[in-house]
Design a protein around this ligand. Structure first.
Ligand code: UD1
Ligand code: CA
Length: 459
């Protein structure tokens, strides 16, 4: 099969974003903007991809560092789209025969559209196929000038267009399929004799026509796919579209969303059927959520694994943790990174945990801090329990074995181990290891001074 390479243009700064960060690295539903068109190109069947980078190129390189099928071409001065493609040519795979060109700032383009366009390009035998759209307001886009047989004669930029050409509503989407051999020659011959003094990629089309080669148009079915992101308003709009696509897929696969417009799920998150997401639920990173879970209002789940039947109540934040079947978390609970909770664990109101392992059926129902702890099965952690894990220099572990009952308001001064089946009396500060099957109690004996109140009142 013929080999296809992609070129994605991403050298520009994107000044209208008014940002310290280049436009294409702004996140959209998880990954940076540029990841979307790159993923669409690969999903459509391209074999490799050259990214044209310039401003903050190190950020783009770092993001794709592990990809062997992506290479980089540096365009240090942005002299135009044609110049950008010229910079990419030496990086193209030697054996690719077709080049798919797209822009890093059009994240809504879909793999299905690109695949369809590549097929149409191969079938027509045209040297160039340009994606077009008919817009109610074509302002700012290059206009498509066609000849009688429907082929494209040229593309004229807004700033170079006559009043008559400006009246054309069919615009250049900025996506092209081009015969590689033809492209090599065409970009080498571009000039910058135009209103903007730039090397226009669109002049490649005129060159094809001039040499008697056919230039076809590929009208995109849904013009939304070609909308570019130039400012933060368009960024938000693109995010909305991408999230609604993600949510739609999830709903069609059996996930319930009470109000899909208020559910924020990153690309790549997996969620099982019959799980319900309530408004404000945000699931990010590479999180995986099982079946029949209930994800409450205003929750944040970041890079976590949840098995089946887990309940996450309102206002809970879960980070980089693993939670097994039927655990119940929240409301207002916080798992910081590194927690591993077994089946049936309960973490209740205002409980914060960090780097803990908690065995089956164990509970910390209220107002507790558990850090750097290993807690066995069927342990009850009373209200107000604190693991004192930090001595100002080092972190230390608390170990609580199976079937221990911890009363309310207990502090564990780590490192400390409580043997299985022991009871820690309420109000105890545990500073020594507790053997199994024991009672540990450490609190000042209570003194009642009878009549004290009356004596005080009588002076
Ligand atoms: C371009 C097209 C226009 C089309 C529009 C669609 C040209 C001359 N015009 O115009 O016909 O309707 O896209 O959105 O091609 N870039 C570089 N290096 C450069 C210049 C641009 O990498 O030297 C990148 C930008 O970062 C951006 C993309 O190419 O991602 C498009 O560039 P932009 O300047 O936005 O082109 P338009 O003027 O919008
Ligand atoms: Ca643009």
């Amino acid at each position: 099969m013929a080999k296809i390479s992609a070129i994605v243009l991403a050298a520009g700064m994107g000044t209208r974003m008014k940002s310290g960060l280049i436009k294409v690295m702004h996140p959209l539903a998880g990954p940076p903007m540029i990841a979307w068109p790159v993923a669409a190109a690969f999903e459509a069947g391209v074999d490799d991809c050259v990214l044209v980078v310039g401003h903050q190129e190190e950020k783009v390189r770092a993001y794709f560092a592990e990809r062997g099928d992506i290479s980089f071409a540096v365009q240090s001065e942005q002299l135009g789209t044609g110049h950008a493609v010229r910079c990419a040519m030496p990086e193209l795979a030697a054996d690719s025969t077709t080049v798919l060109i797209l822009c890093g700032d059009t994240p809504l383009i879909t793999a299905r559209t690109l695949r369809d366009m590549l097929q149409a390009h191969a079938a027509s035998g045209a040297a160039v196929t340009v994606m077009t759209a008919v817009l109610a307001d074509p302002y700012g886009y290059g206009r498509i000038v066609k000849v009688q047989d429907g082929s494209v004669a040229g593309i004229v930029e807004e700033k170079d267009a006559s009043a008559e050409v400006r009246g054309i509503r069919e615009v250049n989407a900025g996506v092209y399929c081009i015969n590689r051999e033809f492209l090599e020659g065409a970009v080498a011959h571009l000039d910058n004799d135009n209103a903007q003094g730039e090397y226009y990629l669109t002049d490649v089309v005129c060159r094809a026509t001039f040499h008697g080669l056919r230039c076809a148009s590929y009208p995109v079915a849904d013009a939304e796919e070609i909308t570019g992101v130039n400012d933060r308003v368009q960024l938000a709009e693109a995010g909305r579209v991408l999230r609604s696509r993600i949510n739609r897929e999830l709903m069609l696969s059996g996930v319930t969303m009470v109000d899909p417009q208020a559910v924020y799920v990153d690309r790549g998150v997996r969620i099982g059927r019959d799980t319900v997401l309530h408004p404000g639920a945000t699931v990010t990173g590479d999180s995986v959520i099982g079946e029949r879970c209930d994800i409450g209002q205003g929750t944040l789940i970041s890079s976590c694994i949840l098995s089946d039947d887990v309940v996450v109540k309102a206002g809970t934040v879960l980070e980089q943790s693993t939670i097994r079947d039927a655990a119940v978390l929240g409301p207002m609970a916080h798992l910081r990174p590194g927690c591993e909770l077994a089946a049936g664990v309960k973490i209740g109101n205002f409980v914060e945990a960090k780097k803990i392992v908690m065995g089956e059926g164990s509970k910390a129902s209220h107002l507790t801090y558990l850090g750097d702890a290993t807690i066995g099965k069927h342990v009850n952690i009373g209200c107000g329990t604190i693991t004192c894990n930090y001595d100002g220099v080092k972190k230390h572990r608390t170990v609580i074995e199976d079937d221990v009952f911890v009363g309310s308001d207990v502090q564990f001064v780590a490192p400390v181990t409580v043997g299985r089946n022991s009871l820690i009396a309420a109000g105890t500060t545990v500073t020594m290891d507790v053997p199994p099957d024991s009672l540990a109690i450490a609190r000042a004996p209570q003194v009642n001074k009878e009549g004290w109140k009356l004596r005080k009142a009588n002076g």
